[in-house]
Design a protein around this ligand. Structure first.
Ligand SMILES: [Zn+2]
Ligand SMILES: [Zn+2]
Length: 287
């Protein structure tokens, strides 16, 4: 698979400052931070020490990540570490691992695109992952990934039709389907900050090694789990057209600056040859 490697200077975070902390939380704007949990990121929005009900959790990690999320939330925001709500980029298992537990324990609403609701209210399963694309250990293991829907019942809400994001006043949500039908990314114009979810990822998700080392790279969505590549391509191009300055993806380190922009432009331009699985290119509508 072709990849677009980036110099370390494209990383959005300050590693020296981070080395002083041990909670794994990386702050990339005064009110935006993320934590890498094994293979996936969760994002925290809100001012530090804002207290209960004054911040937002974006995505809910893999199974078993509850203690890490609770600990990071309490350390960053204080009080009992309870948010105003949870916002989902999409409902794949690695983004909803502790969603049922946390939404129940916190008793907070969970906002998702209406097209993701069937996967969040117990009515529909995602199509099975395709282990034959992308290569690498995670792709081969992907048939073992859970695809059955979680059920968060009464906590589930629609993202507002006016594209505002509840409790995140400067952000808007953008429909970025392809990787999942109701996949959304969150965008803030003021500092051109994009919470991309899995519409683009900044590590080679197909490879366990890259997931662990988190070498900065720019990729299309994880291959084994993306059913609609035409929509995925359109979503990458829509993201590139925004011209983001800072990108936090669902997987990999956050990135910023000129190298990131260049890599994103190349990914958008050459999506068919760079991101599209080879055996799926046949019959692809021309770009
Ligand atoms: Zn996903
Ligand atoms: Zn993911």
């Amino acid at each position: 698979m072709t990849q677009i490697p980036l110099p370390a200077s494209a990383l959005a975070e300050n590693h020296e400052a981070d080395a002083a902390r041990d909670d794994g939380v990386r702050e990339i704007a005064p009110d935006v931070a993320y934590r890498q949990l094994a293979i996936v990121n969760v994002v925290f929005y809100g001012q530090p020490n804002a207290g209960d009900g004054s911040w937002v959790l974006i995505d809910a990690g893999v199974f078993g990540s509850g203690p890490a999320i609770r600990h990071a939330a309490q350390a960053r925001f204080g009080d009992t570490g309870r948010p105003a709500c949870i916002v989902l980029t999409h409902g794949h298992f690695d983004h909803v691992g502790v969603l049922e537990a946390l939404s129940g324990e916190w008793n907070v609403p969970v906002y998702a695109h209406p097209l993701e609701h069937p996967y969040l209210n117990g009515t529909r399963s995602y199509p099975p992952p395709d282990p034959n694309v992308g290569g690498g250990m995670l792709a081969r293991l992907s048939p073992l990934f859970p695809t059955s829907p979680v059920d968060i019942g009464a906590h589930l809400r629609d993202l507002p039709p006016d594209h505002s994001v509840p409790f995140m006043p400067e952000f808007g949500w953008i429909h970025t389907p392809g990787h999942a039908p109701g996949h959304v990314s969150l965008w803030r114009e003021r500092d051109r900050l994009l919470i991309a979810g899995d519409a683009i990822v900044t590590t080679a998700q197909e490879s366990v090694y890259a997931s662990l080392t988190q070498a900065p790279e720019m990729h299309g969505p994880p291959m084994y789990f993306t059913p609609d590549w035409t929509a995925a391509r359109d979503s990458v191009r829509a993201i590139d057209a925004l011209s983001p300055e800072i990108v936090i993806s669902g997987h990999g380190a956050a990135m910023r600056g000129q190298e990131m922009k260049q890599a994103l432009a190349e990914l958008a331009q050459d999506f068919d040859s760079v991101a599209f699985p080879e055996d799926k290119r046949h019959g692809m509508p021309p770009s």
